[in-house]
Design a protein around this ligand. Structure first.
Ligand SMILES: NC(=O)c1ccc[n+]([C@@H]2O[C@H](COP(=O)([O-])OP(=O)(O)OC[C@H]3O[C@@H](n4cnc5c(N)ncnc54)[C@H](OP(=O)(O)O)[C@@H]3O)[C@@H](O)[C@H]2O)c1
Length: 334
């Protein structure tokens, strides 16, 4: 155990949706700091959801799996009762949905309230909720290179709905519901609002944000999308969750974006690092590139952390996708 281990020794915390991409890193870092972790998963009998957690250092003694579903009222009560802190990460993240209400909105919003009600019953002092930049920047205000987005920005639910941005809507409504619950019940929450999260995968399955990089390197498309996204490393996101609990003065929302980059810049970065990977070399449309913008790092730096540079995060993602067999390119330098 590292010297940071003492921080969590004897403390029991809960992570919801523990088998997910971000949550797996959160569990790993929590175990590394000595915490005892109650990890909720939907199917405790599915090795794809549990083995990677059970093989983490410290898991044998300090990881306990609990079965829980966002859509079942009271489902989280036993996992949360007796914990000092809850990290609520569980929420569906994918784009091809047939029934947005059933697949995304209900689990995100009702699931968050379900978890928060369990936290209230258990008198949890602070709950860290995994929100998203999706709940921050989707408000119709122009975003250009001179604009600095920060935690005072809130996405507009009506706009998400009008544009059928269902995942963005699910995160916007879930965060709104969480803050309302916090206010109505005099109960402390902190939200972590990451942009697109990349970096190494611990779980054996492909998650939505790592797939965005995979699509640029696996030859599936000859074009890159005309999109600019914020990017952030998964290990930084996991650490910010923990610091949001451990740092007594932590409060409010924490935007997490190392850098906003257009996809053309991503393919350039990849090409420089891996000249043999045939990345797409033209944009999917002939419109002007969607502009980049800035996102303030002041708040997240106040937790005492720095963010991993985008190039490093991309490299870590590619190495991990290769190692896990999602991507093979025989003549590459990988
Ligand atoms: N990755 C990103 O770029 C990004 C950016 C900003 C915010 N976020 C947020 O971060 C959180 C984790 O995302 P991720 O990228 O790590 O995605 P992920 O790997 O797909 O993990 C999502 C987790 O949510 C759980 N879940 C989904 N529906 C559920 C339900 N009905 N009941 C119980 N659990 C349910 C999943 O459980 P199963 O394993 O059982 O399916 C999984 O553990 C989400 O809140 C997401 O909105 C992600």
């Amino acid at each position: 155990m590292s010297s940071a281990a003492a921080v969590g020794a004897g403390k029991v915390v809960c992570v919801t949706g523990a088998s997910g991409y971000i949550a797996s890193w959160l569990v790993k870092l929590l175990l590394g700091r000595g915490y005892t972790v109650r990890a909720t998963v939907r199917d405790t009998a599915d090795p794809k959801k549990t083995l990677h957690l059970q093989s983490l250092d410290g898991a044998k003694d300090r990881l306990h799996l609990f079965k829980a579903s966002l859509l079942e009222e009271g489902s989280f009560d036993s996992a949360i009762g007796g914990c000092e802190c809850v990290f609520h990460t569980a929420s569906p993240f994918y784009h091809s949905v047939k029934d947005p209400k059933a697949e995304l909105l209900d689990p995100a919003v009702n699931g968050t309230l379900n978890v928060l009600r369990a936290c209230k019953k258990a008198s949890i002092k602070r709950v860290i909720v995994t929100s998203s930049m999706a709940a921050v920047g989707y408000n119709g205000k122009p975003k250009t290179p001179d604009v600095v987005v920060d935690e005072t920005w809130f996405s507009l639910a009506e706009l998400c709905e009008k544009n059928q941005q269902w995942y963005v809507l699910s995160k916007t409504l879930a965060e709104e519901a969480a803050w309302k619950f916090s206010k109505d019940n005099g109960f402390e929450i902190v939200t972590i609002n990451p942009a697109m999260v990349i970096g190494p995968l611990l779980q054996p399955t492909l998650n939505t944000s790592a797939e965005a990089i995979l699509k640029l390197i696996n030859g599936s498309s000859s074009t890159y999308p005309n999109l600019s996204f914020g990017w952030i490393n998964v290990k930084d996101v996991a650490l910010a969750h923990i610091l949001a609990y451990e740092v007594p003065s932590a409060n409010g929302r924490y935007c997490m974006v190392e850098r906003v980059a257009h996809h053309s810049e991503l393919v350039e970065l990849i090409h420089k690092m891996y000249p043999d990977i045939p990345v797409p070399n033209k944009c999917a449309d002939d419109q002007p590139f969607v502009p980049t913008y800035q996102v303030s790092k002041d708040k997240v730096r106040s937790l005492g952390m720095e963010l991993t540079p985008l190039g490093t995060s991309i490299k870590e993602t590619i190495e991990s996708l290769k190692e896990k067999g999602f991507f093979t390119f025989e003549s590459s330098h990988l």
